[in-house]
Design a protein around this ligand. Structure first.
Ligand SMILES: *Cc1c(COP(=O)(O)O)cnc(C)c1O
Length: 412
């Protein structure tokens, strides 16, 4: 199935038993079995079926199967948030003493999580994205995973996924990539060699800010070595399913960050229009970024779709159908950034991306508030930076909104 078909039809058969055109919401905490033997079998992972929604739920499974198809992976685990998906993805293979090497250009919440992991003896080394010698220098025998975002949020650097995957594999470690800002509509990282892809489905996948959730998808291709990943232990016998099997049986189940069936349903509804929305949002973002760049070059618009972006070439090679729908601009000072934001009438002042509506935020005082000055600089978060997540409105209305807000800022 091609993309626009898959968002509607992939994996639906298993759940729509009565001919429903949408997956039912199985709003039930527990599932009865015919006898004690069946229930025991499910607990032992020897029989298919459902027992308790913290472990698995049919509506959540429908969402997982559809994302697995879209990302072209082997299996997915849906979680209560994007952060929960990232935490599960890491903690499934890490132990005290292990290290992570990551691109420094990251979502602020993820940088915060790396700091939290220090308390558990897990250390993270941040390096400049796409700087292969910096990555090589940071990797050592303690390194257990490499991490990056497809399009850094809000740095908007585009990771060369194929090259970074090859580099990770040359050290026998997996490459885990956060694809939230691009989505599988623009790129499927697993097809380029990444091993595990994570999406905060709170963003473009849900599409209208109706639910927080996250999901991780395993390619099943990474060869886990017993020596390097002793934590996988008995699960290694499941071969390509080792990673997901361990997660379902341990960290995912026991940390309890499961996705609610209602939110899985909202995601499945939103997902149906992911392709259409992305098409329109990417087009609008390019149009608006070009317009601002042309009329207000002093605002230093940063967008992978612009020739002025250092990431334009790799974006063109790697992303299909567009350059994403997020751009940033620099107002000149924090005060001016606030004035510009406050004058916008259509764009919502919101800490979110990927909504049908256009959203703006001042990252330095919000999503990157807890980062150190150095972390902010490395992530491309300047004090005068405004991030714009472009929606599906009419482009003329968006350009007019930004025109009047920029003009007002210049007068003040
Ligand atoms: C929002 C976001 C996250 C975190 O997702 P939540 O659903 O808010 O927990 C992670 N990575 C990126 C790139 C994001 O934009």
């Amino acid at each position: 199935m091609k993309f626009h078909t898959a968002v509607l039809h992939a994996g639906k058969k298993e759940l729509e038993k009565f001919g429903a055109t949408l997956p039912p919401i199985y709003q039930s905490s527990a599932f009865e079995q015919e006898n004690a033997e069946n229930l025991a079998g499910i607990f032992e992972n020897k029989a298919p079926g459902y027992c308790y929604t913290r472990v698995a739920n049919p509506t959540v499974t429908a969402f997982e199967m559809r994302i697995t198809k879209l990302e072209n992976g082997m299996a997915s685990v849906a979680c209560a948030s994007g952060m929960a998906a990232i935490a599960n993805a890491f903690l499934n293979i890490l132990q005290s003493g292990d290290e992570i090497v990551t691109s420094a250009s990251l979502y602020g919440g993820t940088i915060d999580l790396f700091r939290d992991l220090e308390a558990f003896g897990i250390h993270t080394i941040f390096v400049e994205n796409n700087n292969w010698s910096a990555f090589k220098q940071a990797i050592n025998e303690h390194t257990k995973l490499i991490f990056a975002e497809t399009i850094g949020n809000p740095g908007l650097d585009v990771t060369d996924i194929k090259s970074l995957a090859e580099l990770a594999h040359s050290y026998a470690v997996p490459f885990i990539v956060d694809n939230t800002t691009a989505t599988s509509y623009l790129v499927r990282p697993l097809e380029l060699g990444a091993d595990i892809v994570i999406n905060s489905s709170s963003k473009y996948i849900n599409g209208n800010s109706s639910a927080i959730s996250g999901i991780l998808t395993d390619s099943g291709h990474f060869k886990w070595s017993r020596e390097k990943y002793p934590i996988l232990g008995e699960y290694l016998k499941y071969g390509p399913m080792a990673y997901i099997s361990r997660m379902r049986a341990t960290v995912f189940r026991n940390f309890g960050a499961c996705l609610s069936p209602q939110n899985a349903f909202l995601n499945l509804i939103g997902l149906e229009t992911l392709g259409l929305r992305m098409e329109r949002q990417c087009e609008n973002a390019l149009g608006l970024a070009l317009w601002i760049q042309e009329h207000y070059p002093e605002l230093s618009v940063n967008f992978p779709g612009l020739k002025s972006s250092p990431w334009h070439e790799i974006a063109g090679k790697q992303l299909k159908n567009g350059y994403g729908a997020i751009f940033t601009l620099r107002a000149g000072s924090r005060e001016k950034a606030f004035v510009l934001i406050n004058h916008l009438k259509i764009a919502l002042k919101v800490s979110n991306i990927g909504d049908t509506k256009t959203l703006v935020i001042h990252p330095a005082s919000t999503i990157s508030l807890h980062s150190t000055q150095k972390q902010k600089e490395d992530a491309g978060v300047y004090d005068d930076l405004i991030r714009v997540s472009v929606g599906i409105e009419d482009l003329e209305d968006l350009t007019e909104d930004f025109r009047q807000a920029i003009e007002s800022m210049k007068k003040e």
